[in-house]
Design a protein around this ligand. Structure first.
Ligand code: SF4
Length: 364
């Protein structure tokens, strides 16, 4: 029942998603216990190392420069600032730091070199290092791996069909290409999505088909509930019902049995009881810290109180895979190639965004 399968169909996943809640919870929790310690949850800190000013048009994202969200663009943080924050995260129980930069894609040059130094610095703190920097080429993924990167995050966001309704500046295939580039290295893959963007249940199942048929499946899958931010095209979407979140987590656990399933954005809207149900259904990772890039997140002390209440323990770093070796910049075997990722759907437009643009609402 808990073997890893790469041939899930949308129909099979929908059947799981729609099971009576008690059966779904039992099935997911049974698989969870076979594959993972149910009382251990990974705590990861998300650090926005370069906020705002992004050229992309992801409909959910307040960091897109074209939306009126009040998020101002910042310069890339310094290596020392990042190391200091990573140390603080470690002291408060995090085993992983995920560095996010609001970039369309990685560009070779001094800023990427600075990120590689950050990766080396955090790896030396004996923490798992993850980056989410947009699209990467194989060469850039190799350079990140060589610096000691543990994971690369690149979410599929939704089904291939619904992705087109949310983002026009990249295609689904571009996402898959970046995941493929990361897979050519020894860096693990973190990829998941967002619910509550106006998609239907078929789209949720479609996203899980796409994730589960990746071979290997992602080592980590964040499940986000949309935080609808004023000024973004999705500002009017209703908050996700906790029962939808529980169903999505449980279904993810069943189709991705070995993956760490991460409760990500939207936790401030969830009660402790709701989060406990998600942990029971197979979530075994959270983001800690009072901000998730730009949106609110529970305070770390609140999370630790919840862990105590539920008898949960934070996962130690490198429990699932050994710590990568970090090669110093001077000893690197790779030179920057200056490649740009391709864009597979440059002519695509989204009706909702075009209408908003015509009303002067979106573009600054
Ligand atoms: S999600 Fe990432 S790529 Fe999309 S607009 Fe936000 S920062 Fe840019």
């Amino acid at each position: 029942m808990s073997e890893v399968r790469h041939n899930w169909t949308k129909e099979e996943i929908l059947e799981i998603y729609n099971r009576p809640m008690m059966s779904l919870l039992y099935d997911a929790a049974t698989i969870h216990r076979k594959q993972h310690d149910p009382n251990v949850v990974q705590v990861s800190t998300l650090l926005s190392i370069k906020t705002g000013g992004c050229s992309e048009d992801c409909g959910y994202c307040p960091q897109a420069a074209r939306y009126h969200t009040g998020v101002e663009g910042n310069d890339l943080m310094t290596v020392n600032q990042v190391k200091a924050q990573a140390l603080r995260a470690k002291e408060s129980g995090s085993s992983r730091v995920c560095m996010g930069a609001a970039w369309r894609n990685v560009k070779d040059g001094p800023e990427f070199d600075q990120v590689l130094e950050m990766v080396r610095g955090i790896n030396k703190l004996n923490m798992e290092v993850c980056c989410t920097l947009g699209m990467v080429t194989e060469n850039q993924a190799q350079r990140l791996a060589e610096a000691g990167l543990y994971a690369y995050n690149h979410n599929l966001d939704s089904s291939e069909e619904y992705y087109k309704e949310v983002i026009s500046t990249r295609g689904y295939q571009d996402r898959l290409d970046t995941i493929d580039n990361v897979r050519k290295t020894n860096v693990t893959v973190c990829s998941g999505g967002i619910i509550g963007m106006g998609e239907n249940v078929e789209d949720r199942a479609g996203m899980l088909v796409a994730l589960s048929t990746l071979n290997p499946q992602p080592e980590s899958t964040p499940i986000n509930a949309l935080v609808a931010v004023e000024g973004t095209p999705l500002e009017d979407e209703k908050p996700v019902e906790i029962w939808d979140m529980i169903r999505m987590v449980a279904t993810t656990r069943i189709v991705l049995p070995e993956t760490q399933v991460r409760l990500s954005a939207g936790r401030t809207q969830m009660s402790r009881e709701g989060q406990a149900m998600c942990f029971f259904a197979g979530a075994n990772s959270i983001f800690a810290g009072d901000k998730l890039l730009t949106t609110p997140n529970p305070d770390v002390n609140e999370d630790m109180k919840m862990f105590k209440l539920l008898g949960l323990n934070p996962q130690k770093p490198f429990t699932k895979k050994v710590q990568p070796q970090s090669v110093e910049a001077a000893d690197s075997q790779f030179e920057a190639l200056g490649e740009k990722p391709k864009w597979t759907r440059p002519e695509h437009k989204i009706d909702r965004n075009e209408a908003a643009k015509a009303n002067g609402k979106l573009v600054k």
